[in-house]
Design a protein around this ligand. Structure first.
Ligand SMILES: Cc1cc2nc3c(=O)[nH]c(=O)nc-3n(C[C@H](O)[C@H](O)[C@H](O)COP(=O)(O)OP(=O)(O)OC[C@H]3O[C@@H](n4cnc5c(N)ncnc54)[C@H](O)[C@@H]3O)c2cc1C
Length: 400
């Protein structure tokens, strides 16, 4: 397994593993309480991670991080992804990671100074406000939030929801329609909006599967009413929102999958250990053929996800957008994630639903993976259309 990554990446990963063993796993239950003590503990662990040189591995040093590219980050996430809180501790949490990526790629010097620098430093958090309750998020040409130019300002009005991490964030990247008469994919602009701007109302954290969360761990309904931001707060230029969304969501999706690799491996290990330990009907669960099927299928599926991730990460590092690869990977891995965790829960019987193992919380979080950053159905369409177009053009499809 280790040979799949360069040795220096594996060395770096072992430093993350040591940190996880010493500081993250023993504190997971305390962090999960989401009270003031949990926040203080998180702040302390973030400081420690920074001091140990493990901070912001998703972005390169010139953007304030310690990253070496997507393949490197994929390798580290086999550790970081195992705990839901570790990404926050290492300063690479969604949605900030994706937001930092597009600020790094498309921000002006002034925008980088005002928004990117404090974001990567961990001095502030951000949110990405695209999805709206009243239209289908799968089809962003339907978005309604409007921004109108008034002198040297944009004035934003709209209603968003599922703005992850909006509670307590310092700024938003808002997807707004700025030219409704343009061709559909030139209608939108991304605007940088400080959260304290008058008219920004974080209405509520929307409870998701019974959990409203706090701070970073929220998915909020947000209203923008006559929100004025300077014209210079347009990110990447007017009419560029669709292009930037693609740039942001591509890496964001593969970041999610990398994290899931850690989650699936953790669930798999819990399943295998418990199968050897728990006895029923005259022997360990490990001796039952159904359980053996679960183990074999899970092992094959997890390894397939790892290889698909590495393939996509390498292609992105080489400058490709890897649109087909990322879409296929996102669908496949989300379903493997849900399936492997579900088998592990089932194998643990009632214990699998308690907080004696991390599986119940992992299971709740996993379900959303098939929906956020594009539901399964839409990614299948995206990938299949591109493959079929390539056949129509006479090129076929190269499994490069
Ligand atoms: C935990 C979580 C966090 C999120 N964080 C953010 C965030 O930070 N910022 C943000 O802007 N958004 C966020 N989202 C929103 C997410 O990106 C959207 O939910 C997603 O894009 C789908 O949009 P929708 O919910 O409006 O579903 P809709 O677009 O209404 O689709 C509903 C269902 O219809 C089906 N469907 C849609 N299109 C097709 C098709 N062409 N063919 C067949 N079936 C189809 C799919 O099954 C889909 O699930 C988050 C969502 C979740 C669950």
């Amino acid at each position: 397994m280790i040979a799949l990554f360069p040795p220096e990446y594996v060395d770096a990963r072992s430093r993350y593993r040591a940190f996880m063993d010493e500081h993250v796993y023993p504190n997971e239950i305390a962090i999960e309480r989401e009270d003031d003590d949990a926040l203080a503990l998180l702040a302390e662990l973030r400081e420690r991670a920074r001091g140990d040189g493990l901070w912001a591995p998703h972005v390169p040093p010139e953007a304030g991080g310690t990253g070496l590219g997507f393949l490197y980050y994929a390798c580290l996430n086999e550790e970081i992804g195992r705990s839901m809180y570790a990404q926050l501790i290492f300063g690479c949490q969604a949605p900030d990671a994706g937001n930092a990526e597009i600020l790094h790629l498309f921000g002006t010097d002034e925008q980088k100074e005002e928004f990117l620098r404090p974001l990567v430093a961990g001095d502030t958090r951000s949110f990405f406000a695209m999805t709206e309750p009243d239209v289908a998020g799968s089809d962003p040409t339907l978005l309604r939030t409007r921004a109108v130019r008034d002198g040297d300002a944009w004035v934003i009005d709209g209603h968003k929801w599922f703005s992850s991490g909006a509670d307590g964030a310092g700024f938003a990247i808002v997807f707004a329609i700025t030219d409704p008469d343009a061709e559909p994919h030139r209608r939108g602009t991304m605007l940088l909006v400080p959260a304290e701007t008058p008219g920004v109302d974080i209405v509520r954290p929307v409870p998701v599967l019974g959990h409203a969360g706090r701070g970073w761990n929220t998915h909020c309904e947000v209203r923008f009413t006559d929100v004025r931001v300077p014209a210079g707060n347009a990110l990447g230029g007017e009419g560029e929102a669709f292009r930037l969304a693609q740039k942001r969501l591509g890496p964001g999706r593969i970041h999610h999958v990398m994290r899931w690799l850690g989650q699936m491996q953790r669930a798999f290990e819990l399943m295998c250990r418990y199968a050897n330990q728990r006895e029923a009907f005259g022997g360990p669960l490990a001796d039952k053929q159904t359980v053996q099927n679960w183990v074999a299928d899970s092992a094959a599926e997890i390894q397939a996800c790892r290889l698909l991730t590495m393939d996509a990460a390498r292609k992105i590092d080489e400058g490709s957008e890897a649109r087909v690869e990322v879409s296929l990977l996102k669908v496949y891995a989300a379903n493997v994630l849900v399936g492997v965790i579900d088998r592990a829960v089932q194998l643990h019987g009632a214990r699998g639903l308690t907080d004696e193992t991390p599986l119940a919380r992992m299971s709740l979080n996993a379900r959303a993976a098939r929906i956020y950053d594009g539901p399964d159905e839409v990614h299948r369409i995206t990938a299949a259309r591109r493959i079929l177009r390539s056949f129509r053009d006479g090129d076929g499809w190269q499994f490069s």
